[in-house]
Design a protein around this ligand. Structure first.
Ligand code: AMP
Length: 328
């Protein structure tokens, strides 16, 4: 995950919460990819702060550094080192066909477009193969990146001998799809037009409540107004789904408890706060204790480097790069 922008309820219910459960069933690696964020960063000091913030959030939601491997990409120099080798293994044509390059450059009209924005799929390929990853859980928008990683890894293995595990894209366990509280037709997103539709995990409780109270619903009235109908009543359905996701019920069962939108909004806000309060408390505690945060990240970097350095060594050996021999 890139350290850009605060984590919101959509990220949490749609993805992060599943990572916390998943860390116990697989050997999971979660990198905070600060070097990828560098493709669009032009100011000093921003990335470090955002990296600390995302790391604190990862630990606050319950990712355990002794169970999963949680690390910062730039703490593991093997990423940059293998990234260059991957750049020399991917073709210009393959990179040119990446739809995300076209999308991202279109959004940066009249802005600086770094070469990194073009070549980052090579670094991402390195991010994946360094850990002998069998599975990469990604949304549809990232499938093309796993495809290019597979093509590059297969090409490398063909040229230099069996070196990398060929990864597969897997669809993550279905999490909730959280819509904007202001525009229930679009996904909750940090790039929402207004902040009012997006609940951040670090929002103060009063702000969270205000956002829920102002959530867009519809003008139905009567005892039947609260029903679970995504097509006809997207705003209400979104509230019911959020409520269901944090209370462990079905949206239908939640709907049965309500007749009025006002009550549903307040109760949903409070149910969300019951989940967010301990997360925010732990997040604040960790941000106040940079030494502890650094210690937790060090655990991750050490674990990550152990695997990554073995993979990089294997790649160097199989290419036949001249080893640097220490003087006797
Ligand atoms: P992003 O930083 O926007 O790419 O989000 C990171 C991950 O969070 C995505 O891969 C999704 O799995 C998840 N996510 C983001 N927004 C939402 C949303 N509104 N509802 C559910 N999941 C989301």
């Amino acid at each position: 995950m890139q350290p850009t922008g605060d984590v919101h309820l959509g990220n949490y219910l749609g993805a992060l919460r599943n990572w916390v459960v998943g860390q116990h069933s697989c050997d999971a690696f979660h990198g905070i990819v600060d070097l990828h964020a560098l493709t669009v960063t032009e100011e000093p000091d921003v990335l470090g702060r955002q990296t600390m913030s995302l790391a604190a959030m990862f630990f606050a939601i319950g990712l355990d550094p002794d169970v999963a491997t949680i690390f910062v990409q730039s703490h593991v120099p093997e990423h940059s080192q293998l990234g260059w080798i991957m750049e020399c293994t991917v073709s210009f044509g393959e990179l040119s066909r990446m739809t995300q390059f076209k999308d991202k450059t279109a959004k940066r009209e009249h802005q600086f477009i770094s070469a990194g924005l073009f070549t980052y799929p090579a670094l991402q390929a390195a991010d994946i193969v360094l850990y002998d990853a069998n599975e990469v859980p990604v949304g549809d928008d990232q499938r093309q990146h796993v495809e290019i990683t597979r093509d590059v890894a297969i090409r490398f293995n063909h040229r230099f001998g069996d070196t990398f595990v060929i990864p597969e894209a897997v669809t993550p366990a279905a999490g909730a799809r959280v819509m904007s509280l202001q525009d229930p037709a679009s996904k909750m997103s940090k790039s929402d037009d207004s902040d009012a539709g997006c609940v951040y995990l670090v929002d103060e409780p009063s702000v969270v409540m205000k956002k829920f109270k102002r959530a867009v619903t519809d003008s139905d009235t009567g005892p039947d107004a609260v029903r679970y109908d995504r097509a006809e009543k997207p705003g209400v359905a979104n509230l019911l789904e959020i409520n269901a996701a944090v209370t462990g019920r079905t949206p239908q069962a939640v709907a049965d408890d309500y007749e009025q939108y006002g009550r549903l909004k307040v109760d949903t806000g409070e149910a969300v706060l019951a989940v967010l309060d301990p997360i925010r408390a732990r997040y604040v505690e960790l941000l106040d204790d940079p030494g502890e945060l650094a210690r937790l990240l060090r655990i991750g970097a050490d674990k990550a480097r152990e695997v990554a350095s073995a993979t990089l060594d294997r790649a160097h050996r199989n290419i036949g790069l001249l080893p640097a021999t220490p003087l006797a």
